[in-house]
Design a protein around this ligand. Structure first.
Ligand code: HPA
Length: 275
């Protein structure tokens, strides 16, 4: 299914959100499985259910609540997505990234994406936080396929610094000052929803991936198309398939993200005012 999302649809969604909040957000935040805790730290938050926003799909996954929050975090105006849309839910890549288009229309110039990911790099441990240095899009899909609207961005957007070096330096500095260990590596994004096989994980390791997940890449492609600077942080929620002698489960993902909640929050709250 390919949905062509037009500027009119983007504007309609943005107008609806603007009718609920006077804040002009400069930073967008997309929080992954179990990482929604930041939502509790927004001042004067206005909450908008996804179901009320024109053209927004529903979030169907356990651990992903569906609401958008607008307010300020430590004085920075933000729009936050608590829960995101995944292609494995059956949505096309352009729909999973639609909120990024809407954020851009609202005024966002920087985006912080977070996710839970399986650790492929064997020096990682569940509970580690990883700054995303780059990604490999293995979903087989691209949200920009189809007609290009030049007012939204170029036909062939550059992806050579998909995850801003400058923003990564800021994140590293904050992590250092707060004494929070931070890995840095490459995220491979897959369609899902089945977890990978051990053979697939060995292949991705050979290809240079450090962590694997089922989100983020479409959002980041659209963000770059729209000229938004991106910072990405993965929570290594489990070791990827075949590394440990145990099966993978969504429960483990949620348990680990719960466990790192304070560390994650501390890091992100330190980064936001510096972006
Ligand atoms: N694989 C894919 N996606 C994931 C994983 C994983 O091991 N952990 C959390 N999201």
């Amino acid at each position: 299914m390919t949905t062509t999302l037009t500027q009119g649809m983007i504007q309609e969604a943005a107008d609806y959100i603007r009718s609920k909040s006077n804040v002009t957000p400069k930073l967008g935040l997309i929080l992954g499985s179990g990482l929604g805790v930041l939502a509790e730290h927004i001042d004067d938050a206005v909450s908008i259910a996804y179901q009320d926003i024109p053209y927004f799909p529903q979030s169907t996954v356990e651990g992903h609540a569906g609401e958008m929050l607008i307010g300020t975090v430590q004085g920075t105006s933000v729009v936050l997505m608590k829960g995101r849309f995944h292609m494995y839910e059956g949505y096309g890549p352009e729909l999973t990234a639609f909120p990024v288009r809407v954020m851009k229309a609202l005024g966002v110039s920087k985006l912080l994406v977070t996710n839970a990911a399986g650790g492929i790099n064997t020096s990682y441990e569940p509970g580690d936080l990883m700054l995303i240095s780059d990604h490999i899009n293995m979903t087989g899909r691209n949200p920009l396929a189809g007609p290009n609207d030049p007012e939204l961005g170029p036909r062939f957007p550059d992806m050579s610094e998909a995850y801003s070096r400058k923003l990564r330096e800021i994140a590293k500095q904050v992590a250092y000052e707060k004494d929070i260990p931070l890995q840095e590596g490459v995220y491979v994004g897959l369609l899902g929803p089945s977890y990978e096989t051990p053979a697939e994980i060995r292949m991705f390791r050979t290809l240079g991936a450090d962590a694997v997940g089922m989100s983020t890449v479409s959002e980041v492609i659209v963000a770059r198309h729209a000229g938004i600077e991106v910072l990405g942080i993965s929570c290594i929620s489990n070791m990827a398939a075949g590394i440990l002698d145990q099966p993978l489960s969504h429960e483990e993902v949620i348990e680990t993200t719960d466990r790192v909640r304070e560390k994650f929050l501390n890091l992100v709250l330190g980064i936001i005012p510096k972006l």
